[in-house]
Ligand binder design. Structure first.
Ligand SMILES: [Fe+2]
Length: 276
């Protein structure tokens, strides 16, 4: 029998309060509602949902209240880490009842061990900064946690991308110390995937031989502008989510699903064979 595990991965919700639009243009609440509806309708249902940061736009309590009310509509277990738009203390207040939320310590790092694949989540945020950090203290934590279960397939979560996206204004706020992260990961052959957000685009890269996947945003996407010193712009391309599907005999395959309603499905075949 196949042992499998499906992890839905969403990111960068940027929820605002009182019906306000993100950057005065984007209805992030409606976008998240559509994403949640789509996640709830997936069959078979994923095993869990992870959110790789930026649950709110400005880290305010009222934004967390809106985000929480929407996320509570998920029929699936869900887990989250903060991003640079979050605020740790407000994040802690909003999710204080969640078993995965650490009760103490500076960082919102956690581990979920309830599934065939282990989820290890790293808080790379730096208060007041957009860039992320993987300091010696966090490296100690991650190294220790990964060494505890060296044979269990594992996915590592963080917010800021630990690679060069090619989008200049985002690469000036990526994960600093990615070489240190590479060093930690190189000692953990069980790590199947590194999952991040922050760039609001679906991208696949690598670090220390691990596949790194950045999730698209659930609302707006960062403009794919690769010109040096290009402007910090966003676009309303289709929003999306990722499904990381692990099977025991092969490992993880990642699917990208645009959020929204699209025509189909229709059959390729009828009673006469392939439809001509
Ligand atoms: Fe974001």
């Amino acid at each position: 029998m196949t042992t499998s595990f499906v992890l839905a991965h969403i990111s960068d919700l940027h929820i605002k309060a009182a019906g306000r639009l993100s950057y005065q243009k984007v209805d992030t609440q409606q976008a998240l509602q559509q994403c949640i509806d789509q996640l709830n309708q997936l069959r078979p249902a994923p095993d869990a949902v992870v959110i790789t940061g930026d649950l709110t736009d400005f880290g305010r309590d009222e934004e967390y209240a809106e985000a929480r009310a929407l996320l509570d509509q998920l029929d699936l277990p869900w887990f989250a880490i903060p991003g640079n738009h979050d605020e740790r203390s407000a994040f802690r207040r909003a999710f204080a009842d969640k078993s995965w939320l650490p009760q103490n310590g500076e960082f919102i790092n956690w581990v979920v061990d309830d599934f065939p694949v282990r989820i290890v989540a790293l808080d790379t945020t730096v208060p007041g900064q957009s860039w992320g950090e993987f300091c010696a203290q966090r490296a100690d934590w991650l190294g220790t946690v990964l060494a505890q279960q060296p044979d269990k397939p594992t996915m590592v979560l963080l917010h800021q991308h630990p690679f060069i996206s090619g989008i200049d204004h985002m690469d000036r706020q990526n994960l600093r110390d990615s070489a240190r992260l590479a060093e930690t990961l190189s000692q953990a052959p069980q790590v199947e995937r590194v999952l991040c957000g922050h760039v609001h685009r679906f991208m696949v890269s690598q670090l220390a031989g691990k596949v790194v996947c950045s999730a698209p945003g659930t609302s707006h996407q960062v403009a794919p502008d690769f010109t040096p010193a290009g402007p910090a712009h966003f676009v309303l391309e289709p929003a999306g989510l990722l499904l990381h599907r692990w099977v025991a005999q092969q490992g993880t395959t990642t699917h990208y699903l645009p959020i929204g309603h699209y025509p189909g499905p229709w059959p390729f075949y009828d009673a006469n064979g392939l439809i001509d």
